[in-house]
Write a protein that binds this ligand. Structure first.
Ligand code: SAM
Length: 263
């Protein structure tokens, strides 16, 4: 294979890949890190060629590695073989994946979203937890949603932890971001139902009439949906809380809503 071997943590490529744990570095470079050969292959199948492929001794003979290396080389990227210590440092894990790769971030402009291309879309307002966001992206993909729109000050969908939680779905659905004002203006053009989720809503999530394409709007983990966004929805619904818990985890509530709306 067309690769070089690197054994030093001071190697420039290794340093650049490790730096992608920092949001500032991801924003400046427009790149992010994805871990695991299966996810790298899924990315390639979705049309995303890796900029860098880094693999350890455990993956060197894996038949699928050739495909990842070929896609990277074809796109003018860099392939390096590293030792386990480097993989541990890059992934910040004792038990790292044998392959990690660097990809270009993709954000779809709101104006490029075709609502009718999917029965359901999800908007997340000020989501803070990368695991929640990654899980929502994975669930949106699994249920056939078109994508996830990040509204306001949200966690980075391309954080290492968030990408891990997507299990590869970050490559399969559209990701957009908008300020609250941009979202409110765009929402005016939405052809189907815009559905808010509120603990104070009086409409049960199963009894609402959802016109497709539906846009589900989820609130922040601590404060919930702010009044100006709730007021901009066609309907606000609540998932019944029957025990002592006063709310559901954000990603669980989103999953219930996605499958309720899409049937
Ligand atoms: N203290 C917050 C509040 O009063 O809204 C709790 C927020 S909850 C942890 C995070 C988000 O998950 C909510 O904004 C809402 O979008 C969704 N959510 C959680 N439980 C829900 C429920 N029972 N019905 C509807 N949405 C729910």
């Amino acid at each position: 294979m067309n690769t070089k071997t690197v054994t030093s943590l001071t190697n420039g490529t290794v340093k650049a890949v490790r730096a992608l744990h920092m949001r500032k570095e991801r924003e400046e470079s427009g790149l992010f890190l994805a871990e695991g050969l299966k996810i790298v292959i899924e990315a390639i199948d979705c049309g995303h060629a890796p900029k860098i492929v880094m693999y350890g001794p455990d993956a060197a003979d894996h038949p699928m590695l050739k495909k990842a290396v070929a896609a990277c080389v074809k796109a003018g990227g860099e392939v390096i073989e590293v030792n386990r210590e480097i993989l541990e440092k890059v992934s910040r894990r004792d038990n790292p994946q044998a392959v990690v790769a660097v990809f270009k971030q993709v954000f779809t402009p709101l104006s490029a979203i075709a609502p009718e291309s999917a029965p359901c879309w999800v908007a997340m307002q000020a989501v803070r937890d990368p695991g929640n966001l990654g899980t929502v992206i994975r669930t949106a993909d699994a249920a056939g949603c078109g994508g996830v729109i990040l509204v306001g000050d949200c966690v980075d969908p391309y954080s290492v932890e968030g990408v891990r939680a997507t299990m590869g779905s970050i490559f399969a659905v559209k990701i957009a971001k908008a300020t609250v004002q941009e979202f409110l203006a765009w929402r005016e053009t939405w052809p189907g139902s815009v559905v808010g989720t509120l603990l104070t809503a009086t409409v049960d999530h199963k009894s609402a009439d959802y016109v497709k394409p539906s846009l589900i709007l989820m609130g922040n983990e601590q404060q919930g949906l702010p009044p100006e966004l709730a007021a901009a929805c066609d309907v606000n619904v609540k998932i019944p809380m029957r025990g002592r818990a006063d709310s559901l985890n954000l990603s669980v509530a989103t999953g219930i809503m996605i499958y309720t709306v899409t049937g």
